[in-house]
Design a binder for this molecule. Structure first.
Ligand code: GDP
Ligand code: MG
Length: 231
């Protein structure tokens, strides 16, 4: 059923040439059956694998696609910020550009968003290496201790917000810490949210970087930098 909602969907993407085309097409097909007004933004974060060229040519086939390019790689947080800043519709949703989620599950989020400020996904059965799941548990506990809030799956890249909620919000994290930055800010505003389970699939192409030492170290650096500012 199509609703009158207006929706921006965005995906951060760094070197996702083998994933992003199928994801954009699936998103366009899904949204065309769900909402009357939408845009699909892909934030290409300085990819060097042809993601940029692919997106620029895909616009002819998917006119609702709006690629936004970073000349240089900024990191996940920088790309998420660009996504929020580029969004123009009333609702904003983001997921990953690697195809590890099923975009069709967005229908459950659209059905509930009118009653909440945000809908946050959690991965029902996370398809990641064991050490990543252990790390995520510890990270979640640390955030709970430092910031006093707990969500079921902090880094689940399947979240929807009313854009009005985000206006004027400053996100400073350049890395994976951006999710905590965002949720801590919203927590201060006492936002009302619901958590909904979504399925998660193994990566079938491209390289996973979410658990790399570089990403983890940066998250810790930004955690301590931001702790005093955002708690
Ligand atoms: N903007 C940006 N996105 C990245 C970067 N590294 C990974 N990504 C994107 O972030 C998403 C999640 O990355 P991934 O490596 O799969 O992490 P994981 O799912 O947490 O293991 C994917 O859409 C990637 O394309 C980066 O340096 N910058
Ligand atoms: Mg991934």
């Amino acid at each position: 059923m199509t609703t009158q909602k207006s929706l921006t969907v965005f995906f951060p993407a760094h070197n996702e040439v083998d994933n992003i085309g199928a994801l954009v097409r699936a998103t366009d097909e899904t949204l065309s059956n769900l909402v009357t007004d939408y845009e699909i933004i892909v934030v290409n974060d300085g990819s060097t694998d042809g993601t940029r060229e692919l997106l620029d040519s895909l616009v002819r086939e998917v006119p609702r696609l709006r690629p936004v390019h970073h000349e240089k790689n900024k990191g996940y947080g920088g790309a998420v910020r660009t996504g929020f800043e580029s969004a123009t519709k009333e609702l904003v949703f983001f997921s990953d550009g690697d195809g590890q989620f099923d975009i069709r599950e967005i229908d459950k989020f659209l059905a509930e968003i009118d009653q909440y400020d945000a809908i946050l996904g959690y991965r029902i059965d996370r398809k990641d290496p064991f050490h990543r799941k252990v790390f995520a548990k510890c990270w979640g506990m640390l955030i709970r201790i430092l910031f006093g809030f707990r969500v079921r799956d902090l880094d689940c890249a399947f979240k929807m917000f009313h854009r009005s909620l985000l206006e004027g919000m400053k996100l400073e994290a350049e890395g994976a810490m951006v999710t905590v930055n965002l949720l801590a800010n919203l927590q201060k505003k006492k936002f009302r949210y619901k958590e909904i389970g979504v399925h998660h699939y193994p990566r079938t192409a491209g390289v996973q970087s979410g658990g790399s030492p570089k990403v983890i170290l940066r998250a810790f650096r930004e955690l301590f930098k931001l702790y005093w500012k955002i708690r």
